[in-house]
Design a protein around this ligand. Structure first.
Ligand code: FAD
Ligand code: UDP
Length: 373
């Protein structure tokens, strides 16, 4: 008999949801994280009375009612709706691309006028089968939107030319012919009152948590304590990069407290011009309609990932997906190790998707586990 049923590597959302479900089923869990706090990338910290999203803007949105009900057990959500502003040189635009944006770009007022403009620009391109992000964007929104709102931002974000990026990245951007600045289409959206860390703290109640502990530095000793491992770190690192490293994109955050009540008037402002070195500035208080006398802003810079840096975004282009498939084949052969979360599955996943995946795992794994007792 080992001391724990599960060793969970990573106190992020995936690891914490799984731990919560396991504890509910009477299992014992040890959760470790190499960082000095719980929450992974959704970690929030209070500064000047404001919940600061330490690893970039996190807006909860979902179409999945089960996930929404699940997360609402652990927090009350406010009615925040994400409506970013884009700054291109000295021009301001509403995002996502909608009638407000089209009016700002061309002075058009009706959907018919906007559609005609975009259709005319698209038809000049003669793109029938978009092979990369540039072609996909031009085929979807035409030249003007692409040049002012996509090209520079995307080059900064991914550190590559748009021609070298897969088309699917841009499919995430909605295009609509209504005056609607809501970035997301999902019916459920908001920010948890009191921050995300509190959700994680509640999820981890009843679980032993050890921070500042790297799995790889203590692997044998940690594994010896548990029947099974749920690993939410990097899959390629787990196998010592034996097939070569997967690509990631990293980020750098510069946070500042400003002695003023309101810096930019909006939670998220994107800088779509390539010459501005950061991709966006977040003003945290606006996620919670804060009225504090001071404000906290964060400039987000995209950065090349190198070993040791934080791997924020998997780069799911064909070459990396192929490499991932090799690691995945090996991972599927493991009897006592399960891989999950954004890094373990090498997949761009929003929080709702991560919760869904963790609940799916809990359902299959914990039922199986109970049946075999
Ligand atoms: P993580 O949060 O990365 O947790 C993994 C944990 O494992 C980390 O704490 C890490 O320190 C730990 N770990 C890794 N390796 C080891 C090791 N060897 N030993 C010990 N510990 C280890 N989603 C949304 O729904 N809405 C948003 O608006 C949104 N915005 C985002 C903005 C940015 C900039 C980023 C990067 C992501 C955003 N997301 C958003 C996605 C969201 O952050 C993820 O869905 C979620 O955090 C994934 O949780 P996870 O547990 O899989 O991974
Ligand atoms: N994007 C863009 N201009 C913007 C915002 C986003 O061109 O103002 C593109 C960019 O390629 C980015 C993708 O859309 O990688 C997805 O952006 P989103 O903000 O939806 O995702 P996030 O980067 O926040 O995860």
């Amino acid at each position: 008999m080992k001391k724990y049923d599960y060793l969970i590597v990573g106190a992020g959302l995936f690891g914490s949801v799984f731990a919560h479900e396991a504890v509910k089923c009477g299992k014992t869990c040890l959760v470790i994280d190499k960082r000095d706090h719980i929450g992974g990338n959704i970690y929030t910290e209070e500064i000047e009375g404001i919940q600061v999203h330490k690893y970039g803007a996190h807006i909860f949105h979902t179409s999945n009612k089960t996930v929404w009900d699940y997360v609402n057990q652990f927090a009350e959500f406010n009615h925040f709706v994400n409506s970013p502003i884009a700054v291109y040189k000295d021009e301001l635009y509403n995002l996502p691309f909608n009638m407000n944006t089209f009016h700002q770009l061309w002075g058009v007022r009706t959907p018919a006028e906007a559609e005609a403009r975009i259709r005319e620009q698209i038809s000049r391109m003669h793109i029938t089968n978009p092979k990369n992000l540039e072609e996909q964007a031009l085929a979807l929104v035409g030249q003007d939107v692409y040049e002012k709102l996509i090209e520079g931002y995307t080059r900064k974000q991914w550190g590559r030319e748009c021609r070298e990026l897969p088309a699917f990245i841009i499919k995430r951007l909605p295009l609509r012919y209504t005056y609607d600045n809501n970035y997301f289409k999902d019916p459920y959206q908001g920010i948890p009152k009191g921050g995300y860390t509190e959700i994680i703290r509640k999820l981890l109640e009843g679980t032993q948590v050890v921070l500042k502990t790297d799995f790889f530095a203590n692997k044998e000793e940690l594994c010896a304590q548990a029947e099974k491992v749920v690993f939410t770190g990097m899959l390629d690192e787990f196998y010592d990069y034996c097939y070569g490293p997967l690509d990631y994109r990293s980020l750098r955050f510069e946070t500042e407290v400003l002695d003023m009540a309101n810096y930019q008037g909006n939670a998220v402002v994107n800088y779509t011009d390539y010459e501005v070195p950061y991709t966006r500035i977040i003003e945290h208080k606006h996620f919670e309609f804060g009225t504090q006398p001071k404000t906290v802003i964060t400039r987000e810079y995209s950065a090349e990932w190198t070993k040791g840096a934080e791997p924020y975004y998997p780069v799911n282009d064909p070459a990396n997906n192929e490499l991932y498939a090799k690691y995945e084949r090996r991972a599927l052969e493991e009897k006592n190790v399960i891989f999950g979360g954004r890094l373990g599955m090498y997949r761009y996943m929003d929080m709702d998707r991560v919760i869904e995946e963790a609940l799916n795992l809990a359902e299959t794994e914990l039922v199986y586990c109970n049946e075999n007792e």
